[in-house]
Design a protein around this ligand. Structure first.
Ligand code: PGA
Length: 250
């Protein structure tokens, strides 16, 4: 029912030629299994050049963030239609680095979520607790708050097409992965939150990815868990061999 989605978040890495080389190498390594979706999220300036490499391969293109307004005096920002014209179909929303470094609040994340959905693109909503929040026993509460806040004003049909990425902040870029059990438990919790907001059909249908130090060695175990529908991969998505192994997970 829930088609696995493997996404690479390249963050602020790669020049245009480097990004094109990486995309070519990933494309060459992908077995082309139609039972799974693959998404690359390069930096904004690399989107269109990477799109030209991906062509009709079926590997999809996503942005790492956007501005929620359609156009106007927002120096430095990029809108949904600009992203669409570069070939994007997906946008990452509320990544913990956007929240922590750039001060994105739950309400701003919600506006971005609505902007992506009203433009008929797919949001990848990132949620996740910090280490301090986990240690204080607040992980579930924090994640429930983030999911509920981002879904404010989002109707059932839009919720159905959305993707959620559970990314515990303490596991991002640290080499420390949540255990498959920890991730699966939180994903089940997120389904309960979605169930409360939208009912069982949405709770069962929404894809929930895990992110946080996913690599070629731990992907198979993570993907065996019933509530884990894919991965959002940072560091390991920058190495063609690693990411090719991840998207070809068993
Ligand atoms: P990581 O990053 O795989 O390097 O931990 C994941 C992410 O931030 O999406």
């Amino acid at each position: 029912m829930r088609k696995p989605l493997l996404a690479g978040n390249w963050k602020m890495n790669m020049t245009i030629p480097q990004a094109q080389d990486l995309a070519r190498a990933i494309l060459a390594g992908f077995r082309g299994d139609t039972g799974r979706e693959v998404l690359l999220c390069p930096p904004a300036v690399c989107l269109s050049p990477v799109h030209r490499i991906l062509g009709q391969s079926g590997i999809m293109l996503g942005a790492q963030t956007l501005h929620h307004e359609a156009s106007g005096a927002y120096t430095g920002e990029v809108s949904l239609e600009m992203l669409r014209s570069a070939g994007c179909t997906h946008v990452i929303i509320g990544h913990s680095e956007r929240r922590a470094i750039f001060g994105e609040s739950d309400s701003l994340v919600a506006r971005k979520m609505r902007a992506v959905l009203s433009g008929r693109m797919v949001p990848l909503l990132c949620v996740g607790e910090t280490l301090a929040e986990r240690k204080a026993g607040q992980a579930e509460e924090v994640v429930a708050r983030q999911v509920s806040a981002a879904c404010a004003g989002v109707g059932t049909s839009d919720a159905l097409v959305s993707v959620i990425a559970y990314e515990p902040v303490w596991a991002i870029g640290t080499g420390e992965t949540a255990t498959p059990e920890q991730a699966d438990d939180m994903h089940a919790h997120i389904r309960r939150v979605l169930g409360g907001l939208y009912g069982e059909q949405v709770a069962d249908s929404v894809r929930i990815l895990y992110g946080g130090s996913v690599n070629e060695k731990n992907v198979d175990e993570l993907m065996k868990k019933p509530n884990i529908d894919g991965a959002l991969v940072g560091g390991a998505s920058l190495k063609a061999e690693s990411f090719a192994r991840i998207i070809n997970y068993k």
